[in-house]
Design a protein. Structure first.
Length: 253
C-alpha cells in the first residue's frame, strides 16, 4: 500500500492540474481557434458581421457603416463573456491591431475592450480610434460621451500604426483605463471613470471586445492577440504575443 501512495498522489496532482487548466482557459484565451470557446458569445446585431482565426489572432471583419451609438443605433459586433463571479475588483486585458489592410487605422473606426449592459444600453469602449488616439467613449441610453466629455484618452506619436496593449481595471464603481505600445513597456493610466461603474452590476453586463465604424468609413478589420483577466486566477498569456512572422503573414493578407 505504501508503494501505491506516491502513484496515487501523482495521479491526483495530475488530475487537479488538468482541472485547473481547463477552468483557467475561461479567462485566458490565446485565440488559437479554430473557433471561439463556448464561454464567448459573438454578438452581431445585423447578422452580417464576420470573424476569423488567422495565425493565432481573432479577427473582426465588418462592412462600412456598422455603428454602435445611442440606444437604437446597434450595428457593430462584440465578442462577449460574463465577468467573474466576484466582480468587485478585476482586470481585463488585450492586444489589438487595427492596421491590417493599410498603413494606418481606417478612418471612422473604433475597436478594443468593452463593458456592456444591453438592457440599460450602457457601455464603455476603450481602444484605438479613427487613427487619431486611444480613447474612452461611453453611453447610458441616449447620453453619449466622446473623449471631450469622458476626458480619458491618449495620443500616441504618429497615430495608430501598430498593435496596442489595452487594459481596464474595475474597482467597485470605478473603471481605470490603461495602455502601452510594447510588451516591455510599463502600463500607463489614461484616467479613471466613475459615471458608468454603477451601470455594471453582476448579472446585467458582459465584458469583451468590440469594433464599430460609421459615416465615411470603409470595410474594417481588427485583430486581437489574446484576451486575459490576470487577477482572476493568477495566470498569464505569453507576454511576447504572437511571433513576428505570424503577424507579418496576417498583415500581408
Amino acid at each position: 500500500m505504501r508503494r501505491q501512495l506516491p502513484v496515487l498522489a501523482l495521479v491526483c496532482a495530475t488530475l487537479a492540474g488538468l482541472a485547473t487548466a481547463a477552468f483557467a482557459v475561461q479567462y485566458t484565451d490565446p485565440f488559437d481557434g479554430p473557433d471561439y470557446a463556448d464561454f464567448w458569445t459573438f454578438r452581431t446585431p445585423g447578422d452580417n458581421d464576420r470573424y476569423a482565426f488567422e495565425d493565432g489572432w481573432f479577427v473582426f471583419d465588418i462592412d462600412a457603416g456598422q455603428d454602435t451609438y445611442i440606444r437604437g443605433v446597434d450595428g457593430g459586433p462584440f465578442l462577449l463573456m460574463d465577468p467573474p463571479d466576484d466582480d468587485a475588483s478585476f482586470t481585463i486585458e488585450t492586444r489589438v491591431n487595427a492596421v491590417l489592410d493599410q498603413t494606418v487605422q481606417p478612418n471612422a473606426s473604433h475597436t478594443g475592450l468593452i463593458f456592456f449592459n444591453e438592457v440599460d444600453w450602457s457601455y464603455s469602449c476603450w481602444g484605438p480610434y479613427n487613427n487619431a488616439d486611444i480613447r474612452l467613449e461611453d453611453v447610458i441610453d441616449a447620453d453619449y460621451r466622446w473623449r471631450a466629455e469622458t476626458l480619458i484618452g491618449v495620443d500616441p506619436p504618429g497615430g495608430i500604426v501598430d498593435g496596442i496593449y489595452l487594459k481596464v481595471e474595475k474597482t467597485g464603481d470605478e473603471l481605470e483605463f490603461f495602455w502601452k505600445l510594447a510588451e516591455g513597456d510599463n502600463w500607463e493610466s489614461a484616467g479613471v471613470d466613475d459615471k458608468l461603474g454603477p451601470q455594471y452590476r453582476l448579472g446585467n453586463y458582459q465584458i469583451g471586445l468590440f469594433i464599430k465604424n460609421w459615416g465615411g468609413s470603409i470595410p474594417t478589420r481588427a485583430a486581437f492577440d489574446y484576451f486575459h483577466s490576470p487577477e482572476i486566477l493568477g495566470l498569464s498569456v505569453d507576454p511576447n504575443g504572437k511571433a513576428a512572422t505570424q503577424w507579418g503573414a496576417l498583415k500581408s493578407r
